[in-house]
Design a protein around this ligand. Structure first.
Ligand code: 4NP
Length: 154
């Protein structure tokens, strides 16, 4: 199984989701069977580490994002991953227009699938520290649902 998280810049929300899911999969003993990655629809930050505010907030909760580097979504990803999860509706719309006709990956809005109350992870880039905490809260909760689903699929 391969899961790809997608946001706009791949330096805030999707790297957080990648780190949190990998951590939860390790705790569940599934890190070797489920591969996790992240990407952005935009190319501005390609090759860069996650945003320093993202790394700091994640580190305080025990997630180390320092080895991640931003990449842009590519058409091949639609066949390399089983599940592609978008952080907001704009990311989802961009992915839908990029998606080739022969794509095998399932595409969905991350929170709509695993949370319900809020269906988008708000972009924290231009806001304050509280935004990064909210991103972590939403992603930690949704990843718990995702791990349950992934266990059921194995
Ligand atoms: P992300 O946040 O999509 O969660 O990584 C953003 C990062 C960078 C920009 C926008 C959103 N930007 O405009 O550079």
């Amino acid at each position: 199984m391969r899961v790809l998280f997608v946001c706009l810049g791949n330096i805030c929300r999707s790297p957080t989701a990648e780190g949190v899911l990998r951590h939860q999969l390790t705790e569940a003993g599934l890190a070797d069977v489920i591969e996790v990655a992240s990407a952005g629809t935009g190319d501005w930050h390609v090759g860069k580490q996650p945003d320093s505010r993202t790394r700091r907030a994640a580190q305080l909760r025990g997630y180390d994002l320092s080895s991640q580097r931003a990449q842009q979504v590519r058409v091949e990803h639609f066949n390399e991953y089983d599940l592609i999860l978008a952080m907001d509706k704009s990311n989802l719309a961009n992915l839908q227009s990029l998606r080739p006709g022969h794509a095998t990956a399932e595409l969905d809005l991350f929170l709509r699938r695993y949370d319900g109350a809020i269906d988008e992870v708000p972009d924290p880039y231009y806001g304050g520290e509280q935004g990064f905490e909210q991103v972590l809260d939403l992603i930690e909760a949704a990843c718990r649902g995702l791990v349950v689903e992934l266990k059921g699929r194995l």
